[in-house]
Design a protein around this ligand. Structure first.
Ligand code: PRP
Ligand code: MN
Ligand code: MG
Length: 188
């Protein structure tokens, strides 16, 4: 798989590491929501692989819906402007809602989604994110379920993109600027 210079991918989490975290999160969610009417809402597009793996390990019945937002455009930094691009079609009033995100970065996206859902009279709204980047938060966010707490690096794979690329990769990589040393090392 080609990586456009001057970037290179470095493995951050393997399939096995991701699977172990997903299993743990699923078990916790199953325990916490047992006997409740749970609606899982995945945030498009980045959460689609995480959500698929997460719900298949739940031991409780759930309904699944999606919400679409856009914050990054085609850059590696947030524009700070959140748009809801697709609304859930499920009834939200009285439901226990679990928002599923691939990553919380500035927190602006999840803040906008929590605000949107909270206005629809749900029984509760909780957040589950595979990755959290606390160093980048611009607003306070309450996250009930976190997979990995990660440093301030741009990550791709397992649903996450850079300019819509790399979402299909089964592992998680950091996207790093290629150094001269890196270029020499990859010449062999
Ligand atoms: C990314 C990511 C989260 C959000 C996090 O989505 O998937 O949804 O940004 O950033 P924030 O905490 O700074 O708001 P993106 O807008 O890139 O859309 P995508 O999921 O379609 O890639
Ligand atoms: Mn997203
Ligand atoms: Mg993105």
């Amino acid at each position: 798989m080609a990586v456009t210079p001057p970037y290179e991918l470095k493995l951050l989490y393997s399939r096995e590491q991701i699977a172990a975290v997903v299993t743990d999160l699923s078990a916790r969610i199953s325990r916490d929501f047992e006997g409740r009417d749970l609606l899982v809402i995945g945030v498009l597009k980045g959460s689609f692989i995480f959500l698929s793996d997460l719900v298949r390990e739940l031991s409780i019945p759930v309904e699944i819906d999606f919400i679409g937002t856009s914050s990054y455009g085609n850059a590696t930094t947030s524009s700070g402007h959140i748009r809801i691009t697709a609304e859930p079609t499920s009834s939200l009033a009285g439901r226990h809602i679990l928002i599923v995100e691939d990553i919380v970065d500035t927190g602006l996206c999840i803040e906008a989604i929590v605000e949107y859902l909270s206005k629809r009279d749900p029984a509760s709204v909780s957040v589950c994110t595979l990755m959290n980047k606390p160093a980048r938060h611009q607003v306070p966010v309450e996250i009930a379920y976190t997979g990995f707490t990660i440093p301030d690096k741009f990550v791709v794979g397992y649903g996450l993109d850079f300019s819509q690329r790399y979402r299909h990769l089964p592992e998680i990589f950091t996207l790093e600027e290629k150094t001269d040393a890196g270029q020499l090392a990859s010449d062999d």
